[in-house]
Design a binder for this molecule. Sequence first.
Ligand code: HAM
Length: 427
Amino acid sequence: MKLAINSPRGTTDIYGEDIRYRDFINSTARNIFKVFNFEELITPAFEYTEVFSRSIGEETDIVQKEMYTFFDKKGRSLTLRPEGTASVVRAAVENKMFGSGNLPVKLFYIGNMFRYERPQKGRMREFWQLGVEAMGSDNPVLDAEIIWMLSMIFQRLGFRNLTLLVNSIGCLKCRKAFIKEFKKYLKPKAGGLCGDCRKRLGKNPLRIFDCKVAGCRETAKNGPKIPQYLCESCNTHFTGVTDSLSRLSVNFKISDSLVRGFDYYTKTVFEIVSNDLDSAQNALGGGGRYDDLIAQFGGPDMPAIGFAVGIDRTAMLMKELGIGYGTDTERIKVYLVSMDNDLTGYMLEILKLLRDSGISCDINYTSRSMKAEIKKAEKLDFNIIAFLGEHEFKNKSVTLKNLKDFKQYTISKKEVVEKIFEIAGRI
Ligand code: HAM
């Protein structure tokens, strides 16, 4: 009997063009991480459950409903990572990365994350993130640099219609004052909240801001605003962040209802949202400061800040908006076709010439009809056919066909690479 097994709900196989989009996103980000002097860290895909439950917050949706938690054969509770920050902090503390002369420690990561969410467009149970964490400074300039870096990634990828939201949720001291007023505002409205939020109201009302039920989020947003309750030091810090962002010409919008769904955040929080996506899944990336988390993990009392970008969502939106991956020359793929076995030598000459010039290309191994080869080239995402026939061999030339506009050019071998690059600019 044949096995008919699908990939688990909320997961997907990634191949073909999707791989090229992801490679482009990752390499664009890696280049920027290098420019900002960040080093890569790879952590395990699963951790002891406590790493996440304690840091992300017991009242969050992630910890309450979305963790892939299991017991290993020795009965230890393990969890597939739902995000990267907790693991990075655990790793930095465990590996004693905090020396006195190396602060801030600046790390980046690229990896798959797992959340048991209801799958829908742009929301998966296994998804990919790239992120950074800078640990060991509370200087608002660092906040601005991190936000600048996030914005630069999307700019380099070719996005235009995005909004960068920034807010400060203050330190634990100012949050206490806010929560007192927030509870007062919410109590008479408790009947309209979902069951989870009624519980959150007593334990951790901030989490109502990121409830999956839109009505709860709306109620929270219409209440008192966190920035009005910031202490002097948090206010000064936030002014430092926004001033630095302006100096760096980063476009941003202050959003006084941005809170973000993790308990570890303090002071600056930010999110980059697409105006082309549905508001429930419109965040392409986000992050914030977490000044108390490293100490919670038994490390030094050290402030930190970071962000993560959703790679799947970013790739999906790039495709939808028709944003290409890579430069014109990176996108080009040439299919070298000859119908004549006697021309193998000339074919190899041209193949070597193109590949030595960094042009991605393939040849036809079996000669079928020209029509069939064009069909195959289109199916396999080639954008140029380079045809070699008797005439081309005699004249030391190549005939190029741009598969986008079907224009054709017969070019001497010497000039063919240049012509391909020229066509690439129009693809
Ligand atoms: P987050 O906002 O939970 O933050 O995730 C960052 C990004 O990951 C989101 O903006 C979204 O694009 C993507 N994402 C999240 N969940 C899913 C999903 N189920 N399917 C597809 N994409 C998803 C964090 O994870 C924090 N650790 C960020 C951070 C780093 N804060 C400080 N440092």
